[in-house]
Design a protein around this ligand. Sequence first.
Ligand code: NCD
Length: 311
Amino acid sequence: MTPFAHRHLLGIADLSANEIVQILDLSDTFLEISERAIKKVPTLRGKTVINLFLEASTRTRTSFEIAAKRLSADAVNISGSTSSTTKGETLLDTARNLQAMRPDVIVLRHTASGAPHFIAAHVDAAVINAGDGTHEHPTQALLDCATIRKHKGRVDGLTIAICGDIAHSRVARSDVLALGKLGAKVRLAAPRTMLPIGIETLGAEVYDRMEPAIEGADVVMMLRIQKERLDGAGLFPNTREYSRYFGLGLRMATHLKPDAILMHPGPINRGIELDPALADGTRSVILDQVTHGVGVRMALLYLLAGGSAEN
Ligand code: NCD
């Protein structure tokens, strides 16, 4: 296998299309371990992974922990409310103290964009960005690519619509980069107040209405309004109106291509951006995204912690 040329995974921007495919292929191999009766291989025995989550998370944190454990690494979890950051410790001090215990990988989620890049410059451990502010969420984009590839057989040449609060979404930013590198055509749909200035420069087509964005799309990905990042800004008149024009309800869904699949990174605000019947319906691959999250994170831990290739 080609050696992985990076010490950290800070953003999709740093990866080539070949490296993304390498991660997806490895993820498919590792996913098979999750289907065994004994879901564990000794690949990362003796390695230590610290999951430092200073912002809320269910899926990402759990799947990093499960990924580490299925590869036999020791996983240690620290969350915002139980860490000394609540006592006023700086991120740099926290990182230096963790480094003093010699971990191999530090997985960081933080409200500040750029936080993983900052600690990467100060620790010997490999740093994985598990979501930094409104900037990037590279492992989410990789699991999205893995899920699309599984359901559509390819990513290249597909049309993918990402709809919702694009301005505050690190998922959208990482997905636009990753899907673009793999040759997909990406459309972004949101009210104008939720579209960041200059987003077209990343290579996506921008729509201020949902219907034309989802018409003909092979994949439709809905995003949650990032209320915690709005800072009181009134970006839409009210939730009902938002839902009607930018949510995927049953009426809006009549514009979907017959074989379009539906995705969402979670957590879903049911009935706001996505109708519950669609979230749980036959087009939905939302739980499959979660399953692929484990495979992708196993692949990255393996590539960055330098596991043995014996198994
Ligand atoms: C996303 C995140 O945290 O950026 N969730 C996730 O990691 N699955 C999306 C969100 O919070 O809306």
